[in-house]
Design a protein around this ligand. Structure first.
Ligand SMILES: [Fe+2]
Length: 323
């Protein structure tokens, strides 16, 4: 085999995070967090952000960990943003002032946030918490911050330039003030969308309620599948999504102690991301194992199969390029 598949394995413990990934990085409630770029650069504003797997996949995958009561301030995206919770309890809130609605999510929960709306999140558990994030497109663009966040950041000495680079004004002098991104004006804010808690709840699937969503692929009673986003096909069966967003990728969950998928090929990008259990992946005859928090990008067109090999129920997310 010509490629070394271990270069496509992102073991969580080996990832290198950014400690000041965004303009808010010095603010209370946002300073005690780490940002990981697992597949693609994501939307990090840190020019030095380490990217584990740079190959374009049609989507990006990152991770965020935060200390209690830390997280991200209010910002908007131009592509999909889907959260996969790994630990702790995360409170998501939204609207220009962050008071339009909220939802609290725990391990295994999924939330897909619409584009063009301000959202923030914080770890409301008592310990460091982790979640992964899937962003749409090869280039997920830049994020737009609320005016208050940019003002507070500037007071803390952090500014964002119009090439999306960060400047710490305590360390670096700004030569051209006209290149600083200015807070949006009142009329510019009117173009952003508004959602109630009930609206966003339609884009949330809780792990606690998985029995409601499980579909059997009629496969030796070993596989239970939840399809969250876009069409998903395995073993000649098609699964309809539970969340109606067009993201450019599909997101599904394979669950079970003896869960497995027989050999198949795929032309587009495909990623396995482990929530729990231990999964053995065979890729054109090479074997690799992934555990909780690990991510593996399967080489395109390779003949692949997977099986859960621990003594417990395993949970594996499958993300596929659909654009
Ligand atoms: Fe975001």
């Amino acid at each position: 085999m010509s490629i070394n598949i271990t270069t496509r394995l992102a073991k969580f413990e080996e990832l290198i995070p950014s400690n000041i990934p965004f303009v808010e990085g010095k603010l209370k409630g946002h300073q005690d967090r780490k940002n990981y770029s697992v597949i693609g650069p994501g939307v990090s504003e840190d020019a030095k952000q380490n990217v584990k797997i740079a190959e374009p996949h049609g989507f990006n995958i990152g991770a965020v960990s935060a200390a209690p009561m830390n997280g991200s301030g209010l910002h908007s995206h131009t592509t999909a943003e889907v959260f996969i919770i790994h630990s702790g309890a995360w409170r998501f809130y939204w609207g220009v002032d962050g008071t339009e609605g909220e939802v609290i999510l725990k391990k295994g929960d999924i939330a897909s946030f619409p584009t063009n709306m301000f959202r923030g999140f914080q770890n409301v558990s008592k310990e460091e918490a982790l979640m992964f994030v899937v962003l749409g497109e090869n280039d997920p663009g830049v994020i737009t911050w609320t005016p208050n966040l940019l003002k507070d950041a500037k007071e803390s000495g952090m500014v964002l330039m119009n090439d999306n680079s960060l400047v710490d004004t305590e360390k670096q002098k700004i030569t051209d003030e006209t290149k600083i991104i200015q807070p949006l004006k009142e009329d510019e804010l009117e173009s952003f969308d508004h959602y109630s808690s009930e609206d966003i709840e339609k884009f949330v699937i809780r792990f606690d309620e998985k029995d409601k969503y499980f579909v059997d692929d009629e496969h030796y009673q070993s596989n239970k599948i939840i399809n969250y986003i876009d069409q998903f096909n395995i073993h000649n069966k098609s699964f309809i999504p539970n969340i109606p967003h067009r993201t450019g990728f599909s997101l599904s969950l394979l669950h079970g102690k003896k869960a497995h998928i027989h050999e198949y090929k795929l032309e587009k990008s495909e990623v396995y991301h482990c929530l729990s259990g231990e999964w053995e992946i065979d890729c054109d005859g090479d074997k690799i194992a992934i555990k909780e928090k690990d991510t593996f990008s399967v080489p395109k067109n390779s003949l692949r199969s997977i099986k859960q090999i621990s003594d417990e129920d395993g949970n594996l997310f499958i993300i596929r390029q659909t654009n």
